[in-house]
Design a protein around this ligand. Structure first.
Ligand code: NI
Length: 171
């Protein structure tokens, strides 16, 4: 099932998500599958559960955009263990469509998470994967990438979004 993507302005995006405590249930496996499907449909490389209106610490990432099954990553209750180096590059978010900004991030990132069976694992990624690990983990803490840009740029984006909301172009 493809879920609609929740857009900026919905409080679910800016709240700490709940820790997942039940694993390996048919519901959880189905949700993870639906999250991949929803992410591919929206042409994203990462999706966090709050972005489909579910306030739980679950995220999916696929930096290959569905090209390579080995790149599919399920992160439940993730934490960033280590980030080093830096990269500056364009970043966007499915919940803030139509906007992209330069964001400085760590270049090499290690996260610890659980899979859908509840097994803990660590994943280390560089470049785009490092950026995705940081971006999606932050989503689960209610933090959006626009908190990393200047207040001036952020306010400009918020003003443009308000205008779209008034015009009924932001639902
Ligand atoms: Ni995002």
């Amino acid at each position: 099932m493809i879920y609609p993507i929740v857009k900026y302005g919905d409080p679910v995006l800016e709240h700490e998500a709940e820790t997942v405590t039940e694993f390996d249930t048919p519901e959880l496996h189905k949700l993870v599958e639906d999250m991949f499907e929803s992410m591919y449909a929206a042409k994203g490389v990462g999706l966090a559960a709050p972005q489909i209106g579910i306030g739980k610490k679950i995220a999916v990432i696929d930096v290959s955009n569905g090209e390579n099954a080995a790149d599919k990553l399920v992160l439940i209750n993730p934490n960033i263990l280590h980030a080093e180096g830096k990269q500056v590059g364009e970043e966007g978010c499915l919940s803030i469509p139509g906007f992209r900004e330069q964001v400085r991030r760590g270049r090499l990132v290690t996260a610890r998470a659980q899979n859908a069976k509840g097994e803990a694992f660590e994943v280390t990624g560089e470049d785009l994967l490092a950026r995705a690990l940081l971006h999606e983990t932050e989503h689960l803490h209610g933090r959006l990438y626009i908190t990393h840009i200047s207040a001036l740029k952020r306010d400009l984006i918020k003003r443009k979004i308000k205008k779209k909301q008034r015009a009924g172009e932001w639902e």
